[in-house]
Design a protein around this ligand. Sequence first.
Ligand code: ZN
Length: 550
Amino acid sequence: MYRYRLIAPATPLLLLLLGEPGLAQQTTYTRADTLRGSYATPGRAFWDVTFYDLKVRINPADSSIRGANTIAYRVIGPGSEMQVDLMTPLEVDSMVQRGTRLEYRRDGNAFFVKPAAVVQTGESGSLTVYYHGKPRAAARPPWEGGFTWGADSLHRDWVVTSDQGVGASIWWPNKDTQADEPDSMRVAITVPKPMIDVSNGRLRKTTENRDGTTTYEWFVTQPINNYAIAVNAGSYAHYSDTFQGEGGRLSLDFHPLSYHLDVARRQWAQVKPMLACFEHWFGPYPWYEDGYKLIETSHLGMEHQSAVAYGNGFQNGYRGRDLSSSGYGARWDFIIVHESAHEWWGNSITTRDIADMWVHEGFANYSEGLYTECLFGKEAGAAYTVGSRYNAEGIRPIVTSYGVNANPPIDQYYKAGNMLHLIRQIVNDDEKWRGILRGLNTTFRHQTVTGKQIEDYISTRSGTDLSKVFDQYLRTTEIPVLNIRIANDTLSYRWQSTVPGFAMPVRVTVGAGAWAVLKPSSRWQRMAVAIPADQFKVDPNWFVALLREP
Ligand SMILES: [Zn+2]
C-alpha cells in the first residue's frame, strides 16, 4: 500500500525546537495513568468542583512552597471517597472538613479521602488540603513543566510555573483533569519582597505581611482549566491599555520585566490587531470580566487564561523563525498569536480528555493562518497554513487513547490545522465558515466538550457529513491519496488509503486554467479532460497526496 509520509528537510531540528508534548511514544498504561487521565473514576465522578481557593507561599531561597487549597464542590451522584491529586515529592499535611481532620490514604500521586459528613446529591461541601514541600522542577518548560526557579539578567528572583500536560497537581492539590473546571477561583500567592506576582483574573488585594513578604490575591470570575493557573513572580513593570471590542471595553494589562518595558511596548502592540482579527473570526474574547494580560516568562509561552505567558524574546516568528517557510510566519509574533488563540480554543472551549487536544492545538494552528489572512490577505493566510503542514509527521493518529492522559502527537497542530483549512474549502463559503467558527464559540462557550461534539457541530452547520473526513485525518496516520490516470483525454480517478466510505470532494485542474470539483470514491470514475497528465494538479489547499498511474 502506498504510504504517504511528510518529512520536511529540517524536521529533526524543528521538532527539537518545538518540543511539544506528545513526542514520547506510550503504548502501555498503568493504574497511575488511569487515575490521572480518567474523569470517570469512582473518586472523581460523584463530585463537581465549584470553587478553588488556593493560597501558596513561595520561597525562592530553598525552592519550597507551602499552602492550602480549599476545594468547594457539589455532589452529583453516589460516591464515598474523593480523589485529590498532588504529585510527589509534595506532602499533604492534613485534610480538613468542617474543622475536622480527615483520614486519607495515598496511592502514588492521588490521595483518597472520605468526606466527614455523608452528603446527598445536590448538596455542597468543601475540603481544605494543606500541603508543603519542594515541587518537582520543570524539566523542560513549558513542555515538561512545573516550577521554574530562575533569575532575570539582573540576578533577581524570577519564579514561574507551567504545567499543561504534566498536570497542575505538580504544584497544587486539585482534581487534576480538564473535565472539571471550577466556576471561579481565588489565587493568593505570597512572595518575598520586592517580588510581584501576576496570576490569573484580576488583582483584588495586595497585603504587605510583617515577615517581609507580600500576598497578591487574584480572582478569576469564570470557569478555568487547572493547568491555566500560574505563578509569575518577578520584578515586573506594568502598563495598561484598553481594547474596544465586541463585548465592550476590554482591559489590557502588560507585565514585562522592568528592563523590557520599552521593547515590550513596541512588540506587544500586536495584541490589539490580534484581538480584532480573532473577534472577527471567532466572536467576542471570552473573558471580558477577567481582562486580558500578557506576562513575560522565562519559558517560551503558555495559554494561561486571562494571563498569557510570553517568552518569545520580543521578536516576530517562533523565536525568530517562520514555522511555515512561507515568509509570512516571520512577520508577526508567534507566541502572542498562538497562545492568545487558545483563549477561544482551549480555555473557553476545553476538551474533557486530552486525547481530543486537536480542538485546542489544531484550531490554534489554524488561527495563525487566519491572523496571517487578517494582515496580508486570503492567499497569504492559505500559504501560511499550507506551509506549516510539512511539520506534520504522520506516525501516530492525532486522537490518542481516552482516559489515560495520553498526549497526542505533534500532528494535532499542523495536520489538524490543515484539516480545518481543508474543511473550509469543502464548505466553500467564507461567511458560512466564519459563522461555524463563531457558532462553536457561542454554543460551547465556557464549557468542557468531547471532540465528537465539535466534529458533529461542524458537520451539522456545514450541511455536509464530514464524519469520514474527521475519521481519516484524526484517527488514521494516512492522508488521502488521489490516484489518477490520464489517457486519451480521459481522467480516471479514485481515493486510495482512505477509511471505508470516504468520498471527500477535491478541487483539481481539468484544462488549462480550468478547475473542477471531483467527487471521488474508492472506485474508479472517469471524466473527459483537456490536460496532459504532467500538468494535472490538485488545489494545494486540499491536504491530500497525488499518485499518478502511468
Ligand atoms: Zn498551543
